[in-house]
Design a protein around this ligand. Structure first.
Ligand code: NI
Length: 174
């Protein structure tokens, strides 16, 4: 297993659209293992392949406190969204230190493949519904801050670019 570097907003590669997985094989299972390890290590509750610069439709999610309830979603699709909405304060491993409220569907129905390439379906609500919608947005090249006002997005970009420059300078000095 390996920890994968996570792309940091505003990296343009976060806006690539992921392609469907053609075959769920050992390469994909290795990617899933690496993504899960990277998510748990961060720590985070979800990670999309886009965030580790792999542009295929793969997502891992674990919203449990114990970190023992891994959801692996390959080629996931939301097949139904409720009319009613919920607002959650979201964060993202690609946008460190930024948390803000996003409104999304309160309930969804999801179809995906598991690590064996077998189809499965489930209903999600609450935090799991938030996470699935957030991660599926990543696969479409969309980061949650794009739901915020233009002013907020500008501030976030400026702040993160500054942090990234400072981090690079520190590396240079080592
Ligand atoms: Ni995210």
């Amino acid at each position: 297993m390996a920890l994968l570097p996570i792309l940091q907003y505003p990296d343009p590669r976060l806006h690539k659209v992921a392609a469907p997985v053609q075959q769920v094989d050992e390469r994909i299972r290795q990617l899933v293992r690496d993504m899960a390890q990277t998510m748990y290590e961060a720590p985070g509750v979800g990670l999309a392949a886009t965030q580790v610069d792999v542009h295929e439709r793969v997502v891992v999610i674990d919203i449990s406190d114990e970190g023992n309830d891994l959801h692996v979603l390959i080629n996931p699709e939301i097949t139904w969204k409720s009319e009613d909405k919920q607002v959650y304060e979201e964060g993202c491993l690609s946008v460190p230190g930024v948390y803000d409220e996003v409104e999304r569907a309160a309930k969804i129905h999801v179809r995906a493949l598991n690590e064996q390439g077998e189809p499965f379906e489930f209903d999600a609500e609450g935090l799991l519904a938030v996470c699935v919608q957030h991660e599926l947005d990543h696969l479409l090249g969309k980061v949650f801050v794009e739901y915020l006002s233009g002013l907020k997005q500008n501030r976030i970009r400026t702040r993160l670019r500054k942090q990234q420059r400072e981090a690079e300078r520190e590396l240079d000095q080592v």
